[in-house]
Design a protein around this ligand. Structure first.
Ligand code: SF4
Ligand code: SF4
Length: 187
């Protein structure tokens, strides 16, 4: 993927301060760019910036590039990078810290849309449903129409069940989501 050149004017010192003040931010300045996190990451080839690059970009205060990056949304929170980092930096938690900041800044990209659709489906049903996920995401992402033949072939083969399973009682789940929303508002 072609990356835009990073110019000094895009650096934002206030963003560095903002991230360093968070519970995972203290050790970010100690990153030595060893690359163990990127080498351990099972999905780094799908990201626009590897975990190593993202940490460096935070060090440099590249707010716009960091918050609009697909990396924070593609991370599967597998924790491989966090347990292996020799400096005790936690890239996994950094990704989770950056997500609400990106949302608060109004950053919109297709990864944010998918995250929102996934959360809505879980909040409503208590369980993921591939059919609901794909249908709802397709409504927000017009490019998904190209995947229609693939989706239909999966349905024919019984790989995309139309039945939707729901939790009997989603009250506790709703309470968890509400707590998350409240803590996001506080930030
Ligand atoms: S493993 Fe840790 S020190 Fe090494 S590049 Fe990644 S964040 Fe930096
Ligand atoms: S937690 Fe995220 S960034 Fe870290 S190794 Fe796993 S997928 Fe990659």
């Amino acid at each position: 993927m072609k990356k835009e050149p990073i110019i000094p004017e895009s650096r934002d010192p206030a963003f560095i301060e903002q991230v360093i003040k968070t519970p995972v931010g203290e050790k970010i300045p100690t990153c030595m760019q060893c690359g163990i996190c990127a080498g351990s990451c099972p999905v780094s080839q799908e990201m626009d910036y590897s975990p190593r690059e993202l940490v460096r970009m935070v060090q440099l205060g590249l707010k716009k590039e960091v918050l609009s990056s697909s990396t924070i949304w593609i991370c599967t929170t597998c924790f491989s990078c966090s347990v292996r980092c020799p400096r005790g930096i936690h890239p996994t938690e950094l990704m989770e810290t950056l997500k609400p900041i990106a949302i608060a800044e109004g950053i919109k990209n297709r990864n944010v849309k998918f995250d929102n659709v996934f959360s809505d489906v879980i909040k409503t049903n208590g369980r993921a449903s591939e059919f609901l996920l794909i249908s709802k995401y397709s409504l927000t992402e017009p490019g998904m129409i190209k995947q229609l033949p693939f989706g239909l072939s999966m349905m024919v083969k019984g790989k995309l069940p139309l039945s939707i399973q729901r939790m009997e009682n989603t009250r506790e789940l709703e309470a968890i989501f509400n707590l998350g929303e409240k803590s996001r508002e506080k930030k």
